[in-house]
Write a protein that binds this ligand. Structure first.
Ligand code: RB5
Length: 147
């Protein structure tokens, strides 16, 4: 898969670990930054990753900040992005199976590295169930067009 990744200063370290995992798994990774632990603003990186996913330049995105919450909020402002802030294995799986999430938002301050890498593996390996869930996603997309 083509996977765009990004982080703010709080997520920089974990983003580097995620990048290594994705490369080891054979994915085509585009890292939009940040490149250090110097303070930056997470919406800038959420936009870079979200836009790549929305326009089809990336199949999936992974964003990392302190909690994953700000990244998910920012990325979900972009039409076509379905970003899920995830901290446990069950929501990693369901974010894909039921919500067809295309961006995973991780919290470097709330999730230890081993767990975070497991969340990434599950997020990438779980297919969308479709069916009734697609009807609900269509309604989310319809809300975007009304905004
Ligand atoms: C940065 O200190 C922190 O607020 C940010 O990484 C993120 O957790 C926001 O949701």
């Amino acid at each position: 898969m083509r996977i765009a990744i990004g982080a703010d200063h709080a997520g920089f370290g974990l983003k580097e670990q995620v990048k290594r995992l994705l490369v080891d798994l054979g994915h085509d990774v585009e890292d939009v930054g940040t490149d250090s632990d110097q303070s930056v603003d997470y919406p800038d990186f959420a936009r870079e990753v979200g836009e790549r996913v929305a326009r089809g330049a990336a199949d999936r995105g992974v964003l990392v900040c302190g909690t994953g919450i700000g990244m998910a909020m920012a990325a979900n402002k972009i039409a076509g992005v379905r970003a899920a802030p995830v901290t446990d294995m069950e929501t990693a799986r369901l974010s894909r199976a039921h919500n067809d999430a295309n961006v995973l938002a991780l919290g470097a301050r709330t999730t230890d590295t081993g767990r975070a890498l497991d969340l990434v593996r599950t997020f990438l390996a779980t297919p969308f169930d479709g069916g009734r869930h697609q009807r609900r996603l269509d309604k989310i997309a319809d809300s975007e067009h009304r905004a």
